[in-house]
Design a protein around this ligand. Structure first.
Ligand code: AP5
Length: 193
């Protein structure tokens, strides 16, 4: 099974991706977590990515695609993946599809976690008290939300047009959101063949 989650900052992508991956015994691959690991360990990728992340900007696609190619292909060969945070733009989706289609490992379903802006702000401001993430600062967060609207929201139409999009109300307790995703995946199982 090959899934990805789309949602604004704070929509619950990381949280739900972990739960869904556990449920189906899939690899959870988070572009944000991998980038933060590179930053924390001072790798060349981390050194190039850090300033973009601190400002709440997207890291250049070439860096992200290079970083993800190996783990995604390995996970696809090993039962599947839940991707969280990638793709972030239609351009990234098209580039990834170009590679994955040839290998027969393209994404089957994109799950959109829909959460209103006020709830996103409240969640990230609360998380920012303890997360230590430089981009959880309120000003940077506003910018991340704008970047989402401008660059990532168009992905919803991209997957809708390809009849691969499921939308779930993410503004509910964690377990309810997970349950809704699982129910929708069950209903859409023809996409998973
Ligand atoms: P990334 O790490 O992907 O950050 P993000 O998209 O801003 O998302 P968050 O991690 O803030 O939120 P989330 O949706 O995962 O929610 P979470 O589960 O954590 O990216 C960070 C940066 O890396 C980007 O800005 C960019 O610079 C770079 N980057 C990453 N991918 C890239 C790409 N493909 N291309 C270019 N650049 C890229 O939950 C948030 C909080 O809410 C938590 O405290 C959680 O406990 C809580 N919560 C979750 N669900 C619920 C619920 N149902 N009810 C109440 N609280 C909840």
């Amino acid at each position: 099974m090959r899934l990805l989650l789309i949602g604004a900052p704070g929509a619950g992508k990381g949280t739900q991706a972990g739960r869904i991956a556990d449920h189906f015994a899939l690899a959870h691959i988070s572009s944000g977590d991998l980038l933060r690991h590179h930053v924390a360990t001072g790798t060349p990728i981390g050194q190039r990515a850090q300033a973009f992340m601190d400002r709440g900007e997207l890291v250049p696609s070439s860096i992200v695609l290079d970083m993800l190619r190996k783990p995604v292909l390995a996970a696809a060969r090993d039962g599947g993946y839940v991707l969280d945070g990638f793709p972030r733009t239609v351009e990234q989706a098209q580039q990834a599809y170009g590679v994955a289609r040839e290998l027969g490992v393209a994404v089957q379903v994109a799950v959109h976690l829909a959460v209103p802006r006020e709830a996103l702000l409240a969640r990230i401001v609360a998380r920012g008290l303890t997360s230590g993430r430089s981009d959880d600062d309120p000003e940077v967060l506003e910018h991340r939300l704008d970047v989402y609207e401008r660059h990532t929201r168009p992905l919803l139409d991209y997957y809708r047009e390809r009849e691969r999009l499921l939308t779930v109300n993410g503004d509910r307790p964690l377990a309810e959101v997970t349950w809704s995703v699982l129910v929708q995946l069950q209903r859409a199982k023809k996409l998973l063949r």
